[in-house]
Design a protein around this ligand. Sequence first.
Ligand code: PMP
Length: 439
Amino acid sequence: MSSTTAPASGQPRPQPAAMYAATGLDVWTMMNQAAASVGAVNLGQGYMSFPPKDFIKRAAQEALADGVQHQYAPPRGRPRLLDEVAARFSGLLGRPIDPASEISVHAGANEALLSAFCAFLEPGKGQEAVLIEPAFDQYTPNVAMAGGTPVYVPLRVRTSKDPAREVISSDDWKLDPAELEAAITSKTRILVLNTPHNPVGKVFTRAELEEIGAIATRHNLLVIADEVYEHLTYGAEHVSIATLPGMWERTITVGSAGKLLGVTGWRVGWAVGPRELIQPTLAAHTRIVFTANTPLQEGVASALSAARDNGFVAVQRAEYQARRNRLMAIFDDVGLPYVAPDGAYYILANAGAVRIPDDYEFPPFIEERGRNFKLAYYFTKEFGVSGIPPAEFYSPAHKDIAGDYIRFAFCKTDEGLDECAQRLQKLKAHLQEARAVPF
Ligand code: PMP
C-alpha cells in the first residue's frame, strides 16, 4: 500500500474523488503568491481594489442592524430582492418578469450556474454542454459536478493585423458558427454563452447572437447566458440573447450583484428565465445551498432600489471606462499590444515579444503548467505587475491560442494603475530591445 493511502496507524485513509484530489495550487493562489513575493501591483484576480459606494455599504449595514433579517430566506429569494431583480430585468429583457416564478436568487452567479447545470444535465448519460473558449474557469468543473461532459469551441482571432505588434479589438475574436454546429451532437443539452466576455471583453453583436440562437434552436439546446458584466460596456450595445425572437423560452440569464454593485464578497446572484427553466434551477439550488444569505439579499435589494434613483449604474460605467482607457494608455506608452475590450473589466495583453532567458528558473508548479503560465510568472517577477495566464480558461487542446496573452483586470484604484504605469517602464526598455533583434 502506498504512503498516500496508509498513515502511521497502518489503516487505509479515506480517498477523495479524483476531481477534488489534486493538491496543486490553483491559478489564483499561484499568481497571488508570485505577486506578493515581489510586491507586484496585482491586476490578477477580478475583484475591486476600491470600496463600494457609501450608499451600498449603508444598505448592508442597515440590513444587518435590522433585528429580523437574520434567519433563512425563502429558497427562491427575499421578496424585496425578487421585486428589484424583476424591475431591472423587465427593463433589460423588454418583457414583464414575474418575481414569483421567473427569478431565483443564488449564492453568487457561480452557484446560479452550477444549479442550472445540475438542473439540466442528467448524470451518467454522457450529456454534453458546449463551452466557448476562453471559458470562465468555473464552467468546466461545474459541468463535471453536474455529471455532464464539457465540449469546447474556441473563439478565433480574425484580423489582418498582427496581434503581437498591434492593438486589436475584442470584436476581432470570432465564433465560427460552422465550428459551433460541428461540436453539437445528439447528446448536447446546453450552450453556455458569456457576453460581455471574460477575459476577452467581447460583446457579442446582435447578428452573432442571432446565428448562435438559430443553432441553439435547431438542436433544442438550453442557453445559459452568463451576463454578469451586462452593465459594463464601452460603446458597444449589450444584447441579451433572451430578447431575440423565440429565445426567451430556452434561455436562463445569469447575473451577479457582486459585479453589478462592486461587492464580489457578498455572494449574491440570480437566474432569470421562464418558469419551466427556473423551477428546476431553483430545485437544484435548494439542494445545493438551500438559500442565499438573508441580510445581504436585503442589502442588495436596498442598494438596487437606491441605484434606480441615483444613476449609479451609468456613473459606474463611466468610472470603469476611465480605468480601461487608463490601462490601455499605459500599455500604449510601453509598446505592449493588447485586445481593446468592448465590455467587462479585463484586458488581454499580448506579451509574445517578451524574451524569457533560456536559463530562467521557474518553480515546478509553474514549469509543469506550460508556456503561458511561465510568461505570466516571468512578467510578474520581472516587471512587477501581475496578471492571470488565460491558458487556465482553455481545454488542453486549445491552450496554445492563449499562449502569448496575459489577462489584466482594471477594476483597480487610480493609485494601483499609476503604480502599474511606473513599474512597466522596465518593460518598455525590454520590448524596445527585444523588437530590435529580428526573430
Ligand atoms: N461568470 C463570469 C464570466 C465571471 O467572470 C464571474 C466572476 N469572476 C462569475 C460568473 C461569478 O460571479 P459571482 O461572483 O457572482 O459568483
